[in-house]
Structures are given as C-alpha cells and as structure tokens.
Design a protein around this ligand. Structure first.
Ligand code: CA
Length: 235
C-alpha cells in the first residue's frame, strides 16, 4: 500500500471542481476541496496537502493573495487554474511563487501531467538535483555543462555568447518549469530592464538558431506566449 498524494482543489465552480475531483480520485490521488479563499487557506494549514490546484477568481478573495500568504512560510507546490485570459495574471502568479498554471478549459491528461511535474519538482527541491550532482543537464541531444559553461548538441559545442549561455543555464536549472520574461531579464541583465522583452527575444532567436534543428518548431526551448520560456524536461 502506498501513501497517496493529497491534492487540495480550490475552485468555486461546481462543475469544474467535480470534474477535477473525479479525475484525481480515479487516478489514485486523495482529493480535498475548498470553495473559497478562506476555506482554502485554513485547509492548507490544517490538512497539509502535497499540492494545491488554485483557481484565481474566488468569491471572497483573489487567489494571488493565497499564493502570497503561503509563500511566506511554505514551498508547497501551487498550480494555478484560471479562466482568465489575461497574461499578467499568470505572470503575477508565477512571479509570486506559483509553480505552474493551466488555462481553462483543459482535459484530464494535461491536468495529470501538470500535477506529476509539480510534485516531482517539489520532491527534487527548487534547483534540479541532477544538475547539482553532476554539473550537467541533459535532455535528448542537448547537454548543458555547468562546469565548462558550454552547451552541446549531439556532442558539438554550440558556442553561445555569455548572455545566451546564462539564459540557457538558468532555464536548465529549472527545466520543465516556465520562467517568466521579467525573471530572466532581472537574472541576466540586472534590475531596470523589466518589460523590455525585445532584448530577450533577440537572444532567444540566436539561441534557437544554434541549438534547434528547426528554430520555428523548437524541440528544446518552448515559448509560453506572453509569459516566458520553458526548457524541455525528460518525462
Ligand atoms: Ca472561479
């Protein structure tokens, strides 16, 4: 008998909550539910869920407030589930410490994939343990060598500039997770460039020309439109 991961579903819309609950229970998760932000916060503190699926539009508060409160004391994985199409909400949620987001409507396979990824990241810590142990990150034919500060594709050194390397290195440390444009800008160029996505786009175009077979259909670095970039992770 194995211990089931307990997932808190925070959602005020009955049909969506029931849908998620059914999917989780039939896939061997323990599901607990909250309909309001107040209820959600009290369940997070009393029932110790392993992961929270959080709707941002709650009747009594903005879901972002819950992320903020939880992040003051816990790295509990939070996957934002939102009907809002506004990209700034997703970005705000990620910058506040949410681990991932899904936009409604979504199907069972996407839901389960996001949950597996977030749980795996939570168990591995914030920075990938494989990178910490080996000094390398590898996915398919791409290798980031953190000791040499070099990136290889099919054993060939792709010769990135310093900033290009820094971008790829940072994405690799958080492979599988979406990293927002502002987070990258601040990490590579320092504060003051927030919102200047053009410089990032230019660098990314160069990186893709060097590492992707077809830069228009990337295999390694994916764009999350309006939000950021995600480096591929081996499932
Ligand atoms: Ca809602």
């Amino acid at each position: 008998m194995s211990l089931k991961d307990r997932i808190l579903i925070v959602e005020d819309e009955n049909s969506i909550r029931h849908f998620i609950e059914t999917v989780l229970v039939s896939n061997n998760y323990e599901a607990i539910v909250a309909r309001t932000g107040t209820e959600a916060y009290s369940m997070i503190t009393s029932r110790c869920p392993d992961l929270v699926l959080l709707d941002l539009g709650l009747p009594d508060m903005d879901g972002l407030a819950i992320i903020k409160m939880v992040r003051e004391w816990s790295q509990l994985p939070i996957v934002v589930v939102s009907a809002r199409m506004h990209e700034r909400d997703k970005v705000a949620a990620l910058d506040m410490g949410a681990d991932d987001y899904m936009t409604k409507p979504f199907g069972p396979s996407e839901l389960l994939a996001r949950i597996r990824t977030a749980l795996r990241h939570a168990k591995g810590g914030d920075t990938r343990s494989d990178v910490a142990q080996t000094g390398r990150y590898q996915v398919a034919d791409l290798v980031i060598d953190y000791d040499k500060h070099q990136v290889f594709v099919s054993d060939a050194n792709v010769r990135l500039t310093q900033n290009e390397y820094k971008i790829v290195a940072l994405l690799g440390r958080h492979a599988g997770k979406v990293i927002t444009y502002d987070y990258l800008l601040k990490a590579i160029w320092g504060p003051g460039l927030e919102g200047n996505n053009q410089i990032l786009r230019v660098n990314m175009a160069n990186i893709r020309r060097k590492i992707e077979k077809n830069p228009a259909e990337p295999e390694y670095i994916f764009t999350e439109a309006g939000v950021g970039y995600r480096l591929r992770e081996e499932e």
